[in-house]
Design a protein. Structure first.
Length: 363
């Protein structure tokens, strides 16, 4: 079944459709991970996006029940050079084609993904559409150029109501902006008593849970499209220890008076080197974001930069100078990718221990 991938700049790729047969429109981005396609397609941070895999063969080890980062994927579509029809792995339960059909997600193979990636690197992320082979190309291009992509991605992927993930350790309120299950898993592995709450919860409602700490999760889109969360975080800073990841990092920066900007083509993949300025140690990290914190905007805040990206020098980590709060732009829980900085979850636990000890002394 022939399909077209059409970009707003007029570029057209012809390929073979697989997965769902429906037509879709979204922001076309690329990711550089060589493995982890199952985690990638189920990462809520890709909400509304058409994801191009730079690695040429996708689906070779199939899809299994264990490696999902959410139950219902929010990704719009996949673009690959080659999709494996017959996966070979003892954990495999579905082919990628079978899984995408189950979840009604379209995909296209046979695309020159190197050329597509070079276009995105040169021009930045572009709007695109995957349509049938007989669709009128000029009509699709005009429609793309006139299309305004939605900005409610966080509302689409956040939980609609609070729910517990019980443990007998520290109580952590996790604000779900598009949470990967890996974050929840790491907290549960440390016996945290987690309460997952919606993105639009108020600071007062959060504090009613009597948290020992607050987690700000990853999520899709522009952090400035979630102004209510910024105001909530402003109120929470300083009350209990706080740990932010990815979108949570950006929201924390905005709540502290810093600014954010859109990257030309984003950081997406599992091979991004990040330097810890306090230890001098470099970690290879998993990343998925299209926005970044402005380094210049941090000067007049109570924040300090703790991590930087070695590829382009952008801000990758922050800490508050006076309150127990820190954030990173990358994914220490990995899934997919290396687990070099998994220890940041232990740092969060230590921060909660220290804060609880101080509260006991004051009492």
């Amino acid at each position: 079944m022939k399909k077209q991938l059409i970009l707003e700049d007029g570029t057209v790729f012809i390929g073979e459709g697989f997965g769902s047969t429906k037509d879709v429109t979204g922001e076309v981005v690329f990711t550089t991970g060589m493995t982890g396609y199952q985690e990638t397609l189920s990462d809520p941070s890709y909400c509304g996006q058409i994801v191009t895999f730079t690695y040429p063969l996708i689906g070779n080890y199939g899809v299994n029940r264990d490696d999902f980062e959410t139950i219902q994927p929010a990704i719009k579509a996949l673009v690959v050079k080659e999709a494996a029809d017959f996966p070979s792995n003892f954990r495999s339960e579905f082919s990628i084609d079978e899984y995408l059909k189950m979840k009604d997600i379209p995909a296209i193979s046979g695309v020159d993904t190197r050329k597509l990636t070079r276009i995105i690197r040169q021009h930045g992320a572009l709007k695109g559409a995957i349509v049938s082979a007989d669709a009128n190309t000029e009509d699709v291009i005009h429609r793309l150029q006139a299309t305004v992509l939605p900005n409610d991605q966080v509302a689409q992927v956040s939980t609609k109501s609070a729910y517990p993930s019980p443990g007998r350790g520290f109580r952590v309120v996790l604000i779900d902006f598009g949470m990967k299950h890996g974050i929840l898993r790491e907290l549960n592995n440390r016996n945290c008593d987690v309460v997952v709450v919606p993105h639009n919860i108020t600071a007062e409602e959060i504090m009613q849970f009597k948290p020992d700490g607050i987690m700000l999760t990853n999520g899709p889109g522009n952090p400035k499209d979630v102004p209510h969360a910024i105001e909530t975080i402003k109120t929470l800073i300083g009350q209990v220890p706080l740990f932010g990841i990815c979108l949570g990092h950006q929201l924390f920066a905005l709540a502290s008076g810093a600014d954010t900007f859109k990257l030309k083509f984003g950081h997406r993949g599992s091979n991004h080197p990040v330097k810890d300025l306090e230890t001098g140690r470099t970690a290879i990290t998993s990343q998925n974001h299209g926005f970044s914190v402005s380094e210049e905007s941090i000067a007049n805040t109570d924040l300090k930069i703790t991590h930087v990206a070695l590829n382009d020098g952008t801000v990758e980590g922050l800490a508050h100078k006076t309150h127990p709060a820190f954030t990173v732009q990358y994914h220490p829980e990995a899934s997919p990718g290396p687990e070099d900085d998994n220890i940041l979850f232990d740092r969060f636990i230590d921060l909660m221990k220290s804060h609880a000890a101080k509260e006991t002394q004051h009492a």
